[in-house]
Design a protein around this ligand. Structure first.
Ligand code: SF4
Length: 219
């Protein structure tokens, strides 16, 4: 793909997102870095809405990283069961909290290089925390960003890390977190996974997916 062409397209998408979702924000409810970290681990293969249903009670029982590091795995599994993959998630939350206590004095680190070394923390979770808590630029490649960036034609990759770096190339750094959160909003409301509402979409004229379905008369 021609990088200049993609950059121009990305600018148009960004302009649309600024006009349409100016007040976008992370949909997970959190008061501090560890709540966002735990919420983000719980949100894997689960909606933010469902995570938000259990986290207020969870954060009352475990008010800090130290408390999570000492949690009973079986008990935590029961408490987070509704978010799915609860066995892996409970293990990740406990082990990651232990490591934060041991290596970072109980404080969630703010740098990618430290965050991705924590058990159960990948680049997506790290970027959620970096962008939405530490307020540093971060491209957050969740399921919405993967789907939309490919449909629109900002990347041809399917690997999340490659998508992250493709988007870093075509969006200026200061807009990374806004771009991620607002593109996610567009994914939730219009460019839905099963049936994108292309007739209601204001960026259809620059969208690769729309071009392909109209060219093949599938629309
Ligand atoms: S035109 Fe359709 S596929 Fe393209 S971004 Fe809009 S809703 Fe998604």
């Amino acid at each position: 793909m021609n990088i200049l062409y993609i950059k121009v397209k990305a600018q148009k998408v960004l302009k649309f997102l600024k006009e349409t979702y100016p007040d976008t924000k992370c949909h997970l409810i959190f008061k501090n870095a560890h709540e966002l970290l735990v919420g983000s681990i719980l949100s894997a293969q689960c909606t933010d809405k469902r995570v938000n249903m259990i986290t207020p009670g969870l954060f009352q029982k475990y008010p800090d990283i130290d408390a999570f590091s000492k949690a009973s795995e079986e008990k935590l599994q029961r408490e987070i069961r509704s978010t799915g993959f609860y066995k892996n998630k409970a293990k990740a939350i406990i082990n990651c909290s232990k490591q934060i206590v041991q290596l970072h004095g109980g404080k969630v680190p703010c740098k990618m290089e430290y965050l991705v070394k924590l058990p159960g923390v990948g680049r997506k979770t790290a970027n959620v925390v970096i962008g939405n808590y530490f307020k540093k630029p971060a491209i957050i490649v969740d399921t919405h960003i993967m789907r939309l960036s490919r449909r629109i034609g900002l990347t041809h990759n399917s690997d999340p890390v490659k998508i992250e770096f493709d988007l870093r190339e075509c969006i200026s750094e200061k807009h990374w977190t806004f771009f991620s959160n607002s593109l996610g909003d567009h994914g939730r409301t219009v460019c839905k996974a099963r049936k994108p509402l292309c007739s209601k979409c204001k960026i259809s004229e620059i969208c690769l997916y729309f071009k392909e379905i109209t060219t093949h008369n599938k629309y």
